[in-house]
Design a binder for this molecule. Structure first.
Ligand SMILES: [Zn+2]
Ligand SMILES: [Zn+2]
Length: 259
């Protein structure tokens, strides 16, 4: 049974340096599709994500700018992404983008400005937005309502139950990472258990957040199975049933038909 890793940073130096091996491991582990996320280091990351997606027919990409790097967001970069990248057939989503008040690496105003640009871009191109939100639940929901964006993905969901409910109202998908395998994450696993089956996705967020039993090592798409197994078990489903449901959801949200 096959899985789709809906969020990996294949352009990240830790992975890119051994990309062939990482992709072979993924296939071997039954992860037969990957969405690689354009995010940090501005255009370098986006360019490389698109390059990878063009090279492999089982990989697609997104374009964005991580809130950690929002300081570097400017009109010219956003315009370049809009004009030359957002409409590309390999680009199946807009982001990652969002708000991170936990690390607070960039001024809040700048984060909000950049977030708004990508929310607008997702509407313009009718592609799902991929949101990163940490300790920013209320502002994140407020901005979605202001801009009228629906049907996107909240990646690496670690928010509250309130946040989850608000997102379901907006037809969003919740994507869960390896964090659900951590012993400290019992409450998060309960949210994953209770998420409507047609609204749930799984991701690695490679090279970050390796699930148990790989915790502490660089993550890679091949480890996705541990996350999916954990949630399937919490939901009282077989791994196969759960994998099939999340694969269907990923295909739907990214408009990437299963062949
Ligand atoms: Zn993120
Ligand atoms: Zn990410």
């Amino acid at each position: 049974m096959n899985l789709i890793d809906t969020h990996a940073h294949l352009d990240s130096p830790k992975i890119y340096a051994r990309l062939d091996e990482v992709l072979a491991n993924a296939k071997e582990a039954g992860v037969d599709r990957i969405v690689t996320i354009g995010a940090s280091r501005g255009m370098d990351s986006n360019r490389r994500a698109l390059e990878i997606a063009r090279q492999y027919d089982w990989i697609r990409c997104t374009i964005g700018l991580h809130p950690h790097d929002a300081e570097s967001a400017d009109e010219a970069t956003v315009e370049l992404l809009r004009r030359e990248f957002a409409g590309d057939a390999q680009v199946v989503g807009i982001g990652e983008t969002g708000l991170d008040y936990f690390y607070d690496n960039a001024p809040v105003d700048k984060q909000k400005w950049a977030f708004r640009q990508f929310l607008e871009m997702s509407k313009e191109f009718n592609k799902p937005v991929i949101i990163h939100s940490r300790d920013a639940d209320e502002d994140c929901i407020a901005m979605l309502k202001e801009t009228g964006v629906t049907g996107g993905i909240l990646h690496c969901f670690t928010g509250s139950r309130w946040m989850a409910e608000e997102l379901f109202e907006l037809d969003f998908y919740l994507s869960f990472s390896g964090i659900v395998t951590f012993k400290s994450a019992a409450e998060l696993l309960e949210i994953a258990r209770d998420t409507p089956l047609e609204r749930i996705l799984v991701e690695t967020d490679s090279p970050y957040l390796a699930p148990i039993p790989h915790r502490g090592r660089p993550n890679e798409p091949a480890y996705l199975r541990h996350t999916a197994e954990k949630i399937a078990e919490a939901r009282g489903m077989s791994f196969e049933e759960f994998a099939q449901a999340t694969t269907k959801n990923a295909s739907r949200v990214f408009d990437w038909p299963l062949t």
